[in-house]
Design a protein around this ligand. Structure first.
Ligand code: NAI
Length: 723
């Protein structure tokens, strides 16, 4: 029997079991809202009254997803902390009713079961999941600046233990079926084809009063089985002194890691602790209150903003015309299998697209292949992939010293040395053998138009600027010249997304967007160094602002020589305002290249201890006695440089939107995510206030702080960049 009076649910009753399919209409994935919650209450009530129903199975009507979480649109519209707290209380009450439902409810999960979805099934009486790679479970709320608000901070630690719950909730981690089973988050993991059958059988068994879970093992048995884990549990989780230690250690680690910038994990910890010290009811109260406060906090606003921006980019084909379709990409060629080329090969075959690398000689071919295999091996070791999967993906990769095969590839990504003549030569050779193929250069600094000047049909030429390490960095900057065709742009954007990247499309010019806004920021840090600031102070000021590493460390990582080369290019392109202090030449001449030769602003002898190499000051004005420069001033000067340059690129049309500029800086340069990106940061501070600070800097330092025309325009009206 099937009855369908509900919008978001379908109910099918057979042999005493009601299967409830959640299926939010018109959406690719299920998300939870006030409406899905209220309707579910009605469904349960109806099933309670129905004598034909002895047990219930909860499943998803979507093919490959269970529930992705609460609707973020709903969360974003919340106006006050109290309104958000009430939302949380209502959700808690709904799941509480589910838990107390007189008929057993068994969850049958296939696909992503995240946030509110996991909180939902934790309130069910039994949980079966499919052992499929698409199935994953977790409470990722902290990544949006929130905490689980529907009982998750209470039910998860009760299911899996405090230490495991802290590990998962405070970092917003997700787990696969095998791990979920091992930690006790779910009861069974079965092949997808058997999911519903098993769930229905278990639901009926529960209705018959059968016990499906073994009695929890007593301490003696636990000690016999795994003495170390049992002792740790006894010492830390099962008594209040131990728990106190567990919580206070977790808090200390959190504060060290988040530097106080991310309040959500700390709040989650507080809610979990309240639940253990004062009982579940008080724990739920704390959860709702903290959820409410966080939902309207500036940090959550920015993190949700980034989430929205990346979601919007997923739907964007990268051109002004949404109807443009990219070409089908069935194979990719890669020229140069060095650091970048091998990373690009990895993300390509990992996405299931065959790739072929061309290198200069056999030794380089061997190195390229083994570095791709090495990335896969790392994943096998971490168990995020098994050996067979690795082999099937490596089989998609070939490499050689000749051009054979390149006449057939749909896209060629060029990642040879950074040399205009060499790149143009590659382009000519490719075009001669593959007149229709797309040529994408991974140059980090040469304007794409200069490379395309060697082309007979520049509409097929563009830039695909990946970031190092390619397998980890989430951003791809696609660079189009005025002649690149929309079809070619859409093809590169779609390929990048397939490779797992967040893709922004920018106009051509020196440094494109990311390298361009980084240059004046780095220059300013060097200026501060010349004025006498210490390396430690500069780095600490900017990590204090929220960058993952400071500019001096970054220069060491990138290579001081590479940094100087880019700076020279930028100076040439933008003139006086990007002048590089000459003294940097002396630093390089003294044999200091950064981490790669073990000699930079820091010493690299002991990998655990990072100390400034004071001898670097001998080449700098002021020598080893450094001046104290206020950290606020350091932050202000460096960040204003980046923000102003971003406003220039927006005004010049290099950037299509402030949104892209924010996403590019956060994902490509490590701009603090909780500040939302350079444009969001200006909006939060107020464009008039930022303009005022720029003018004061201009009065002190001159040209390099001249405000961008767009900043002047916004600032004069105190209008934000994001309207
Ligand atoms: P790399 O030196 O590690 O790799 C370059 C590879 O190209 C070498 O393995 C070399 O043998 C090969 N090669 C040179 N000439 C060749 C030819 N004629 N045919 C085939 N292979 C040839 O350099 P990396 O770092 O991978 O840089 C490659 C490109 O990517 C450069 O244009 C660089 O500016 C750009 N890039 C580098 C980033 C980085 O962080 N290293 C970031 C973004 C872009």
């Amino acid at each position: 029997m099937t009855s369908n009076p509900w919008k978001n649910y379908r109910v099918e009753i057979a042999d005493g079991v009601a299967t409830v399919w959640v299926d939010v209409p018109g959406e690719p994935v299920n998300t939870l809202s006030r409406e899905t919650g209220a309707e579910f209450g009605e469904v349960l009530e109806a099933l309670d009254k129905d004598p034909a129903v002895r047990a219930v199975v909860l499943a998803s009507g979507k093919k490959d997803g269970f529930v992705a979480g609460a609707s973020i649109d709903m969360l974003r519209e919340v106006k006050s902390a109290e309104e958000a707290a009430q939302l949380s209380r209502d959700a808690q009450a709904g799941f509480d009713r589910l838990e107390r439902h007189p008929k057993p409810v068994v969850a049958a999960v296939h696909g992503a079961c995240l946030g509110g979805g996991l909180e939902w099934i934790m309130a069910c009486h039994y949980r079966v999941v499919s052992n499929d790679r698409k199935t994953q479970l977790g409470l990722p709320e902290v990544q949006l600046g929130l905490i689980p608000g529907a009982g998750g901070t209470q039910r998860m630690p009760r299911l899996v233990g405090i230490a495991t719950a802290l590990d998962l909730i405070l970092a917003g981690k997700t787990v696969k079926p095998k791990k979920a089973l091992a930690i006790g988050l779910v009861d069974e993991s079965v092949p997808p084809a058997m999911l519903l059958e098993v769930a229905r059988a278990r639901a009926l068994a529960l209705a018959d009063g059968k016990r499906l879970r073994p009695e929890p093992a007593g301490m003696v048995d636990q000690l016999k089985k795994n003495p170390q884990a049992a002792l740790q549990k006894l010492a830390l989780e099962e008594n209040f002194v131990g728990r106190g230690i567990l919580f206070s250690q977790a808090r200390k680690q959190l504060l060290a890691k988040t530097k106080g910038h991310y309040p959500a994990p700390v709040a989650a910890l507080e809610a979990i602790q309240a639940g253990f010290e004062k009982g579940m009811e008080k724990g739920l109260e704390a959860e709702a209150r903290l959820f409410g406060e966080l939902a309207v906090s500036p940090v959550a606003k920015e993190l949700m903003g980034i989430f929205f921006a990346t979601t919007a980019l997923k739907k964007d084909n990268g051109t002004p015309d949404p109807s443009v379709k990219g070409r089908k990409v069935e194979s990719v060629g890669i020229l140069g299998g060095g650091l970048m080329g091998s990373g690009i090969a990895y993300v390509t075959v990992n996405a299931g697209v065959p790739a072929r690398i061309r290198e200069r000689d056999d030794a380089a071919v061997g190195r390229a292949l083994s570095s791709v295999a090495g990335i896969f091996d790392g994943r096998v070791k971490k168990r995020s992939m098994d050996r067979l999967e690795k082999l099937s993906r490596m089989r998609l990769l070939t490499a050689g010293t000749g051009w054979e095969g390149m006449e057939r590839v749909d896209v060629l990504v060029e990642a040879v040395f950074e040399d205009l003549k060499l790149k143009q030569e590659m382009l000519r050779t490719f075009e001669a053998m593959n007149p229709h193929g797309i040529f994408a250069t991974n140059t980090s600094s040469i304007p794409v138009g200069e490379i395309a000047a060697a082309s007979g049909h520049p509409e097929t030429v563009l830039g695909m600027h990946y970031f190092s390490p390619v397998n980890k960095m989430p951003l791809l900057e696609v660079i189009v010249t005025p002649r690149t065709s929309h079809e070619v742009t859409a093809t590169a954007v779609a390929l990048g997304k397939k490779q797992g990247k967040t893709v922004i499309v920018v106009g051509d010019g020196p440094g494109f967007y990311t390298s361009r806004v980084l240059a004046p920021y780095m220059n300013e840090a060097v200026m501060l160094l010349l004025e006498g600031a210490s390396v430690e102070d500069i780095d600490a000021a900017l990590t204090g602002f929220g960058f993952p590493v400071g500019p001096m460390t970054l220069l060491d990582e990138v290579g001081i020589d590479v940094g100087a080369k880019v700076a020279k290019v930028m100076h040439g392109a933008f003139g006086e305002r990007m002048a590089v202090p000459e003294v940097m030449g002396k630093v390089i001449e003294s044999g200091r290249l950064g981490r790669k030769n073990g000699k930079g602003f820091y010493t690299y002898g002991d990998p655990k201890k990072k100390v400034v190499d004071v001898t670097v000051y001998d080449a700098l004005p002021g020598g080893r006695t450094r001046k104290k420069i206020d950290r606020q001033e350091i932050v202000e000067r460096c960040v204003l440089q980046m923000v102003n340059e971003a406003a220039l690129t927006l005004g010049e049309g290099i950037l299509r939107s402030a949104r892209d500029g924010d996403v590019g800086a956060v994902f490509g340069l490590g701009f603090p995510p909780f500040r939302g990106g350079p444009f969001r940061w200006v909006d939060a501070e107020g464009s008039a206030a930022i303009l005022d600070r720029m003018r004061r800097m201009e009065a002190r330092f001159g040209l390099r702080f001249r405000p961008a025309p767009m900043l002047v325009e916004r600032g004069a009206a105190d209008r934000p960049f994001h309207e």
